[in-house]
Design a protein around this ligand. Structure first.
Ligand code: SAM
Ligand code: SF4
Length: 470
């Protein structure tokens, strides 16, 4: 049993990152014969992509994926720790898994992802959820075959969660959810330690993948017919800073664009590391999409400082304006936290002021959620929950107004859309514009996987309707 330790997870040294290559161990390759697995994924794109790796590892062991939990022999929850409600959802879902296990005790159940990296959560699972068979962390994904094997052989709860700075394991197989767009990790972890955030503890130190591995992966995706890649990292603009070669995010963006993949995206950009060279490269290449997610978090300099964000309201607005001026037609979205400890009415007004200045295409808005072990958890917080809810409501009204205005500008325009599949709306297809607007269109299934021109015929706050034009 290897339990997580938040103190160790916080340590950062100059030790060189170990890069190894995953190789399937033949002794595990039939563990899943005639067995089915179900995986439920919570949280960000990083987790979605980890689940794509987990699925491929399981399928190498001959497990088959099912989409109905009741049909599965192995049930895995890939969890998110970013806010309290993500926790609650997982513990709520565990109740359903327990019920199934009471009927079929042979089911193997497991928890992985960011919650598995949290000391308090794993202690609770160890003490109160003894029926959960396996727990493994974000640094242990490649060990899943041996963890599973041990659990089956020993019939006891297996917990393997390293609290390390982290290594890089190349070559982990992947079963991608889409045939047209792919997630590509360019870096792991984060060293920014924003005071509210659990990520640096759950994902380890910033480790950039070497460019050769990334480019090899993108080139293979091009050969396999993929149309779009999204380069993933907590802080992609800092890519390369931890490598001892002189190679940065702008170099990587240029090289990825040169593979001629039709669409290149990247998330997430921390405003602090966004430099002019990157803006230049984005504006030079037509296949780098004019869409940037630029988290603000707060518009108040006082709160930004308490958050450890290392930019001011003015820095942020200057960067925002530079992006708008230099990247034609760019759409910009953001993340905002309200109710950070000690946030005053004045601080909140500063946030609203930035929203009114930037008029975002869209924004993810959250109420501050204290995370065990982070500095902000211990900050004095005298803002009532009623006040926080009120601020969130006011903020959302502004965000929605600007999202709708941004979408209105698309009416009657013809825009390129990568058709990804069936829409939730009857008999419609869905896809995204270059600027990341969701579009519903009618058309035959032959369009799926193609980039087509769509004339926008109707506009809603969160989506557009259109028809395909030749
Ligand atoms: N790396 C990205 C950045 O620097 O902005 C953010 C990654 S985080 C997974 C996604 C968003 O969750 C953050 O931008 C922040 O708005 C929100 N978030 C993180 N910790 C939070 C907390 N403790 N309470 C509320 N929201 C939080
Ligand atoms: Fe969390 Fe992003 Fe800050 Fe890193 S940069 S600590 S992931 S909010």
């Amino acid at each position: 049993m290897i339990l997580p330790n938040m103190k160790e997870a916080k340590i950062r040294t100059n030790k060189k990152v170990n890069i190894s290559k995953y190789d399937v161990d033949s002794k595990y390759k039939n563990i899943g014969n005639n067995k089915k697995y179900f995986i439920k994924t919570y949280g960000c794109q990083m987790n979605v992509h980890d689940s794509e790796n987990i699925k491929a590892l399981l399928e190498e062991m001959k497990f088959q994926e099912v989409y109905n939990m009741e049909d599965a022999d192995l049930i895995l929850l890939n969890t998110c720790a970013i806010r309290e409600n993500a926790h609650n959802k997982v513990f709520g879902f565990l109740g359903r898994v327990k019920h199934l296990k009471e009927i079929r005790p042979d089911i193997i159940s497991g928890i992985c992802g960011c919650m598995a990296q949290e000391e308090s959560v794993v202690n609770e699972i160890k003490d109160k959820y003894k029926w959960v068979d396996i727990v493994f962390g974000t640094h242990n994904i490649h060990n899943l075959p041996s963890i599973l094997n041990d659990s089956l052989m020993k019939r006891q709860q297996e917990i393997e969660v390293y609290s390390i700075e982290g290594e890089i394991v190349e070559n982990i197989p992947v079963k991608r959810d889409s045939k047209y767009k792919a997630w590509v990790n360019i870096m792991y972890g984060c060293d920014k330690f924003c005071t509210y955030c659990i990520v640096p503890y759950t994902r380890g130190k910033q480790r950039s993948r070497e460019p050769e591995y990334i480019l090899e992966e993108v080139e293979k995706l091009v050969r396999d017919g993929y149309k779009e890649v999204t380069l993933l990292g907590q802080n992609v603009n800092a890519y390369g800073k931890d490598l001892d070669i002189n190679y940065t995010m702008s170099d990587l963006l240029r090289d990825v664009a040169e593979t001629k993949i039709e669409r290149v995206r990247f998330v997430t950009s921390h405003p602090w590391d966004f430099n002019d060279e990157m803006i230049k490269v984005i504006s030079e290449y037509d296949n780098i999409m004019p869409y940037i997610h630029l988290p603000l978090q707060s518009g108040s300099d006082r709160i930004l400082k308490l958050m450890g964000r290392r930019y001011t309201k003015e820095d942020y607005i200057n960067l925002f304006n530079k992006l708008k001026e230099n990247i034609p037609n760019v759409s910009i979205t953001t993340d905002i936290i309200v109710g950070f400890p000690g946030e005053t009415e004045e601080d909140f007004k500063d946030t609203l002021d930035v929203v009114n200045t930037c008029k975002y295409d869209s924004a993810y808005t959250f109420i501050f959620s204290p995370r065990v072990g982070t500095p902000a958890e211990k900050m004095k917080d005298d803002v009532t929950i009623e006040e926080k809810n009120k601020r969130l409501h006011i903020l959302n009204e502004s965000v929605n107004k600007y999202a709708n205005e941004a979408n209105q500008r698309y009416l009657n325009k013809v825009v390129p859309v990568l058709i990804e599949g069936k829409s939730e709306k009857d008999n419609m297809l869905m896809g995204y514009t270059d600027t990341m607007k969701l579009v519903n269109v009618s058309g035959s299934d032959n369009y799926i996987g193609k980039i087509v021109n769509v004339k926008i015929t109707d506009v809603k706050t969160w989506s557009l309707d259109g028809k395909i034009v030749k």
